[in-house]
Design a protein around this ligand. Structure first.
Ligand SMILES: [Fe+2]
Ligand SMILES: [Fe+2]
Length: 154
């Protein structure tokens, strides 16, 4: 990976993290369950830290962070507009798990390529572990909602 390819990849990750901030804020506003809303908002704040740490890495290379627009739709193979057409909590959690897993795949594939840059290597690791924790929380909450539904159905 040369410097230009690395900057392009960083801008893509920067865009993905920005998309996740927007998505989780939208979800936080649309759910009634306060615990779910607070968690989405908190996770959005952590995604904002990722936006900031990736932006700092781009700037450290003398480039400007560039938002590439919606990178989630192509990543998940969904049509545009699904972000605004917010579904129920279970559908949100499934989408989020899918998205976090994709983000983790990208961080893992980047980590093995940037061993030459210790600082970038650590930033990618930090973000990867955060995404892993988000995935675990989403998956656990999804299981809980499914269990509740099972008991409440006639
Ligand atoms: Fe993130
Ligand atoms: Fe995340």
């Amino acid at each position: 990976m040369n410097e230009r390819e690395l900057i392009a990849k960083l801008n893509w990750v920067y865009s993905l993290e920005l998309n996740q901030v927007d998505l989780y804020i939208a979800q936080a506003r649309s759910v009634e369950d306060i615990y779910l809303a607070k968690t989405f908002a908190r996770i959005a704040a952590i995604e904002q830290q990722h936006v900031d740490n990736i932006a700092a890495e781009i700037k450290r290379r003398g480039a400007e962070p560039t938002e590439l627009g919606d990178v989630i739709s192509p990543l998940l193979g969904k049509t545009t507009g699904f972000l605004s057409g917010l579904a129920g909590p279970k559908a949100m959690l499934k989408l989020n798990i899918n998205l976090e897993e994709k983000a983790m795949q990208h961080y893992k594939s980047l980590i093995v390529k940037v061993g030459f840059d210790r600082r970038l290597f650590e930033v990618f690791w930090d973000n990867l572990i955060d995404e892993d924790i988000h995935t675990a929380w989403f998956a656990n909450k999804l299981k809980e909602l499914e269990r509740l539904e099972q008991y409440s159905s006639p």
